[in-house]
Design a binder for this molecule. Structure first.
Ligand code: GLN
Length: 319
């Protein structure tokens, strides 16, 4: 990891300079992707090309900067946890949602089962598998897959999202750890829905096909306080969006969230399919695609590009 407090002096509001930095960030991301490896624990994910890299930045005025593989579709994986949480907040409310899942960073890998059994009754947060499965348990009582897909399309401002059947099958055939989590939740008496139905919906939402552009759009809706800037439609209440951004900041990159918070400092969510969505409040949605992952399961290229942009354009929420 490279870090310095020194920043070159240039006009960070000049569109030409902004474009230059985004192009540099893209090159940096593509270069850094070489350090990562493609996920293989879900067999279908192994098929991704480690060299692929895309960076997309979308602004509320319709400006889009798209570099590299920004239209290529891949599975959203854990970034769907943001959509599940958003749906839970919208349709069940804050109190109901957080009476079944906590808001604490776990400091453990995304699929860990340790703290769930040893340290608490409820999953630590909705951004790790146990928490997202728990959220889905409650949601499964009021929404089916079509409802969730419709919500995902509105939340990502992308009508072309479909289920990737091959990834879905691959996940359900091999997702024994997630199966263990749902049954552990059930055995503790905290799961609110049917175990198999919950798991099926969780797998389906992980298998939605998105692109870096989709993820930039999702980041943009969040940056725009839950309002679609192109149609004016309010998809989610600004208060719920604030809650989601807070959890993305503290928990969005699993056990790398702390370091990412210091080095990048933009509310973000990653997935093992290689995507990252990032939301710069009031300004931009950023989506990256780079399936070569670091040791914590986060896109190596995506993190490098976002760190580059954040550092030079002063995008850290504490800047
Ligand atoms: N579908 C994956 C799983 O449940 C999602 C994990 C991730 O993206 N980190 O294992």
């Amino acid at each position: 990891m490279y870090f310095t407090y020194e920043r070159p002096d240039f006009d960070i509001s000049d569109p030409k300079e902004i474009r230059r930095v985004i192009e540099e960030a893209y090159c940096n991301g593509r270069e850094s992707a070489r350090a990562g490896t493609v996920a293989d624990y879900i067999p279908e994910l192994k098929k991704a090309s480690a060299e692929d890299f895309g960076l997309c930045v979308c602004a509320p005025d319709g400006t889009v900067i798209a570099l590299g593989e920004t239209e290529k579709r891949f599975s959203i994986q854990s970034i769907s946890k943001v959509i599940n949480l958003a749906a839970s907040l919208k349709y069940l409310g804050f109190r109901e949602t957080f009476s079944h899942v906590m808001m604490e960073p776990s400091g453990d890998p995304f699929n860990s089962i340790l703290k769930l059994d040893a340290a608490s009754e409820l999953p630590f947060n909705p951004m790790i598998n146990a928490g997202a499965i728990q959220v889905m348990g409650t949601l499964s009582n009021i929404m089916d897959f079509d409802d969730l897909l419709g919500f995902a399309k509105a939340f990502c401002m992308d009508d072309d999202i479909v289920l990737n059947e091959a990834v879905y099958r691959s996940e359900s055939e091999t997702g024994d750890r997630n199966r263990a989590i749902v049954y552990l939740l059930k055995s503790k008496g905290v799961l609110r829905g049917d175990a198999e139905k919950t798991l099926d919906l969780y797998f389906r939402m992980c298998s939605l096909n998105v692109s870096a552009r989709t993820l930039a759009n999702m980041g943009l809706l969040i940056a725009n306080a839950g309002r679609n800037p192109f149609t004016g439609k309010h998809v989610l209440h600004p208060g719920y969006v604030r809650t989601i951004r807070s959890l993305m900041y503290t928990c969005g990159l699993y056990d790398e969230s702390g370091e990412y918070g210091v080095l990048v400092g933009i509310p973000s969510k990653s997935g093992v399919g290689g995507g990252i969505t990032a939301s710069v409040s009031g300004r931009w949605g950023i989506g990256t695609y780079g399936p070569a992952l670091d040791a914590k399961g986060n896109s190596a290229g995506g993190i490098a590009a976002l760190q580059h942009m954040s550092h030079l354009l002063r995008l850290n929420v504490f800047d």
